[in-house]
Design a protein around this ligand. Sequence first.
Ligand code: HEC
Ligand code: HEC
Length: 199
Amino acid sequence: MSRRRSFAAGILVAAFSTGVAAADRAPEQIVAERCRNCHGPEGRSSNPDFPKLAGQNADYLTRQLANFKTGVRTSEPMQQEVARLTGGEMRALALYFSAKEIDPEPVADRAQAQIGKRLYFSGDPENSVAACITCHGPGGRGAIYLPRLAGQHAKYLVAQLHAFRNQSRVAPDMVMHTVIQNVTDAEIAAIAQFLSGMK
Ligand code: HEC
Ligand code: HEC
């Protein structure tokens, strides 16, 4: 009787320790093996095709990783990355990158950035374009599920704004799609230029 009971307990312990053996890897390990190849070891990617993750809001990062996993947001490389991650690892990676410092980019065209700045703070009421500041904040830092935009690569921002406008980037709330509908290509370039230099 007691032998059988300890056998059962042994199976329980074995099952439990298999669970522990398959536990979440540390974010530092995953970054070193995977993320750094595109986003850099501290989330300050040097290639502007890859977004900076440093200083980004942790809840926003967590939600985007989940969106890649469910296929709501599509990206071939990111789909492959998240397939290997557990929910706990995604949260730990979001916290890891969120805690890193982000540096702004040098502004190439000040006149263009000035146009972008006006749109960011005042929008374009005549063409029903809401001011970005309403949601992304006066410092471009966003909050919770609203992304930080300050210091991000201009090329990445342009690509995402086009993706919202042509609806190839999907989000559970379609708020950015409405916001960007009446913004021209030149205005998108100007806003991106302003934001990437924003401290
Ligand atoms: C092969 C290159 C590559 C690797 C490796 C990679 N990423 Fe990405 N990542 C991308 C690209 C490209 C995008 C932009 C996708 C798009 O166009 O929407 C992206 C976007 C993201 C975003 C969305 C950022 C935002 O501002 O919305 C997050 C979060 C992210 N990656 C996290 C990670 C994490 C965590 C890892 C490591 C597990 C990782 N990535 C590994 C290429 C990569
Ligand atoms: C009503 C609120 C709201 C307003 C106004 C708004 N945004 Fe957004 N924005 C959002 C939300 C919410 C998201 C996250 C969407 C998602 O989850 O994919 C977002 C995402 C973005 C992203 C993607 C960032 C990344 O890291 O991938 C960019 C770029 C962006 N907004 C730029 C702008 C610009 C430029 C304006 C002004 C023309 C603007 N937003 C106005 C709510 C807003």
